[in-house]
Design a protein around this ligand. Structure first.
Ligand code: SF4
Ligand code: SF4
Ligand code: SF4
Length: 773
């Protein structure tokens, strides 16, 4: 990813855009932060938010006319937040101490003519930037029109305090100045580096400066520049009504222009958001109750502090986070996609040192729900998948992330499982059933039964292909390996006469339709829906239906599954976040390999939505839900029940070793039953090694993702080479072997019945200079 790509991605995520109140405020007070502090009664913090942006919070906070109010998002669910009234309540509390630290002196002077709010703002902003300010006020006191505001609204003391803060800076005040003569302006221009004209103040009528037909000095509305070089103006009441915040804003824009003019940099660059603008921030109002505004008991004196807090608590604290709300992964990493894009970009720039974002990149399930709910279609799955591919290409992908799943896939592509046959007794097949590796691992009995049913029900012959669609390689970012898997599948499909594939797994369906579009495919559920189904034993039950995340863009599959459920006489209750917004079970994208804890959390979160037993039509979804204690059924268990299992919803999914054994056994039994092939010779020598594994050790192996077959390999290699270590106290043997990109250690004791396994662990690390699998 290069910088422009990163910027484009960052721009897509609008979470950091300003809320409506801030965007609509002419000086962009952070309304959300301010109101948030008020809601928590944090008055000094609320003060500080005002001070950060407002030129004189003690003044403006009392008289602000709050043009932001009519844009506040709360107006769509009740009354808008009364931010102006909250400001008044805040500035009536004691201000926290503040130290002003002006920048080093710049050696330039600015003349400010008139000390209304615009002129005072210019003086305040530029004095803090290190300019020397000379204020020329025709009246006898600083403040201009501010002095006419009734004291109950703007007490003299409050005005005085703020003006003292100003005059404590490098600001020279000249009162009772006769500004009328034409030479006054000329003198100001010649003796200063720039001049600001406060238009709230009556100025010289005969000055040499361009005016419009009504006699007003012509001012550029964005830059606040007059037609005389170095002379700026703002705060004209007829242009801005009597809005104090607009007067302050014009002063601020003029101060920015003057600073840039004197620094000889562009007056216009990057100033699109100087004034009010339309924010891109999206805030959902789903589940937000309409609430009326809080009325002050005494409107004359405004909100009490308690009333202000109650009003502030109505604030929605506007933000997007639509994706984070539905994704435990995004939530777990504590931020949102805009930040993740930056983290991933930085991660790729690291040559030496720790790649902090590896876990972030590899933990996403690539399910795409974020894109579905994002108002800007931000696809985190694309971001993470591309990053994985780049890591693989650069040799930076740690084997610990995906190696176990890739080995499992390679097993499914090996002769131990792979098979491609025409329907028994035929030399052609109109269709071929492809159950996928996980269904065969989880429910081999159902695979056999549904295959027999398809052969019976569909004309033209139904062949069988056992194998893996390559999804693990795709998810792991291994483009070459994924391509090779695809080429292998295509070859088998061509040999079978290019039949239509009936796919039981929606991940397989997506892999084929998106990457091998020349292969005609149909989901098992659509195919089954066209057949007569056997009567269901579970008729009359109510189950909550969980759609696999890979079916999200294929509603036809979801509909077919529901039709079958209905035909079986079962009621399917919809979960929140179903169909096009269904959630991942925590298996997709190899999340389970890279981040097992998070994967469990994702499954548990999904399992907790309904107390009903779940019904799904993906083997991994079923097993992931079952692994967190949820009663869950696969649709095939409902349609083709196993007479020997009276309660399939209680079935725990098989462990990793058993999954491979199930596949190998299924292949052998189907080959024998339907094609009369005996596959006994396929057993490897190491598989003859007999192991004795206590349940707690088996659990440990499962957790550490060490297969029984791997333990057998280690002992087999050790017995052949004699390379073992004997523990001096316990007499146990310890050996290691590296069957693929993982080193496995096993502690064991030989016994007449077999090898007793005490423990095992693995290191999925790359040993530099060592052999590569
Ligand atoms: S949904 Fe997520 S990615 Fe999309 S704009 Fe909102 S925070 Fe950003
Ligand atoms: S609801 Fe709160 S954050 Fe949103 S616009 Fe209104 S004041 Fe601002
Ligand atoms: S792809 Fe799925 S897991 Fe990844 S960020 Fe999006 S919603 Fe979350």
């Amino acid at each position: 990813m290069d910088q422009p790509e990163l910027r484009a991605l960052e721009h897509r995520c609008i979470q950091e855009e300003a809320p409506e109140c801030t965007a609509a405020c002419p000086i962009h007070v952070d309304g959300r932060a301010f109101v948030g502090h008020v809601a928590r009664g944090e008055w000094p913090e609320a003060w500080k938010v005002l001070r950060k942006t407002m030129p004189f919070p003690g003044i403006l906070g009392r008289i602000c006319d709050a043009p932001c109010r009519q844009h506040c998002k709360r107006r769509e669910a009740g009354d808008p937040i009364q931010i102006g009234d909250l400001e008044r309540a805040c500035v009536a509390t004691p201000p926290p101490a503040a130290r002003i630290q002006p920048l080093p002196r710049k050696g330039k002077t600015i003349a400010v003519i008139g000390s209304g709010l615009s002129g005072l703002t210019v003086a305040w902003d530029l004095a803090r930037k290190g300019y020397s300010i000379r204020i020329f006020e025709p009246g006898s006191k600083l403040g201009g029109l501010l002095r006419r505001i009734p004291g109950r609204r703007l007490p003299e003391a409050a005005l005085g305090e703020e003006l003292e803060r100003l005059t404590a800076l490098d600001v020279a005040v000249h009162l009772n100045v006769d500004v009328e003569p034409p030479q006054f302006l000329e003198q100001c221009i010649s003796e200063n580096d720039a001049v600001f004209l406060g238009l709230e103040t009556p100025l010289g009528r005969n000055w040499n400066i361009s005016r419009d037909d009504a006699g007003w000095i012509i001012v550029d509305p964005m830059l606040q520049a007059t037609r005389r070089t170095g002379v700026y103006a703002g705060g004209r009441p007829s242009m801005v009504g009597l809005s104090p915040v607009w007067q302050a804003a014009e002063g601020r824009w003029a101060a920015t222009s003057i600073d840039r003019f004197l620094q000889k940099v562009s007056l216009t660059a990057g100033r699109e958001k100087d004034g009010p603008y339309k924010t891109r921030l999206y805030t959902s109002l789903e589940g937000v109750d309409s609430l009326p505004g809080v009325a002050a008991a005494d409107p004359e004196s405004g909100y009490s502090l308690d009333e202000a807090i109650a009003e502030a608590r109505r604030c929605l604290q506007c933000e997007c986070l639509e994706c984070v709300k539905v994704c435990a992964y995004l939530e777990r990493f504590g931020a949102y996609p805009r930040k993740y894009a930056r983290e991933i970009y930085n991660n790729e720039s690291i040559v030496m040192g720790v790649h902090q974002a590896n876990q972030l990149i590899n933990s996403c399930s690539l399910c795409g729900l974020c894109e579905r709910v994002c108002p800007e279609d931000f696809a985190v799955q694309d971001l993470c998948l591309q990053a994985r591919r780049r890591m693989v290409r650069r040799g930076k992908m740690p084997p610990s992330a995906h190696e176990f799943a890739l080995q499992d896939m390679r097993f499914s592509l090996s002769e131990r499982f792979r098979l491609a046959r025409h329907a028994p007794g035929r030399t052609d097949s109109a269709r071929v059933f492809f159950p996928g590796c996980q269904l065969c691992a989880s429910a081999p009995g159902q695979v056999r039964r549904v295959y027999a049913h398809l052969m019976e029900s569909l004309s033209g012959g139904v062949g069988l292909m056992l194998g893996c669609c390559g999804a693990p390689a795709f998810w792991a970012g291994r483009e070459d390996e994924f391509r090779q898997v695809g080429e292998g599948l295509l070859k088998e499909w061509r040999v079978l006469g290019q039949p239509e594939l009936i796919l039981a797994c929606s991940t397989c369906l997506r892999m084929f339709s998106e990457h091998l579009p020349q292969v005609p495919t149909v989901s098992l559920w659509e195919a089954l829906d066209a057949t007569n189904l056997p009567p269901a034993a579970a008729a009359g039950t109510v189950l909550a239906i969980h759609d696999p995340c890979t079916t999200r863009p294929i509603p036809a599959v979801q509909e077919a599954a529901r039709r079958i459920v209905k035909r079986l006489g079962v009621s399917a209750q919809e979960l929140i976040l179903s169909r096009d917004k269904t959630e991942c079970c925590g298996f997709g994208g190899l999340m389970q390999n890279a981040n097992p804890d998070l994967s469990r959390e994702v499954a548990a979160r999904r399992a907790g939505i309904s107390p009903l037993d779940y019904l799904t039509y993906c083997a991994m979804c079923r097993d992931r839900l079952a692994a967190v204690g949820k009663r869950a059924l696969h649709l095939l268990e409902l349609a083709f029940p196993d007479a020997a299992d009276p309660d399939p919803a209680a079935r725990k999914g098989p462990g990793w070793s058993e999954r491979q054994e199930n596949r190998a056994r299924l292949r052998a039994s189907l080959a024998e039953e339907f094609w009369g092939e005996r596959a006994g010779a396929m057993q490897e020598e190491y598989e003859r090694i007999r192991l004795i594994i206590a349940p707690e050790v088996a659990e440990l192996l499962e957790k550490r993702r060490i297969l029984v077959q791997d333990v057998q390999r280690v002992i087999h290699a050790a017995e052949k080479s004699g390379s073992v270590v004997i523990h001096p106290q316990t007499g146990r043997l310890k050996a290691s072997h590296r069957p693929y990109r993982a080193s496995i250690w096993v502690e064991y004791s030989p016994s007449p019945e077999g090898y007793v396994i005490h423990t095992a662990y693995s290191h999925r690390i790359e040993v530099l200079g060592g052999p590569r699998a």
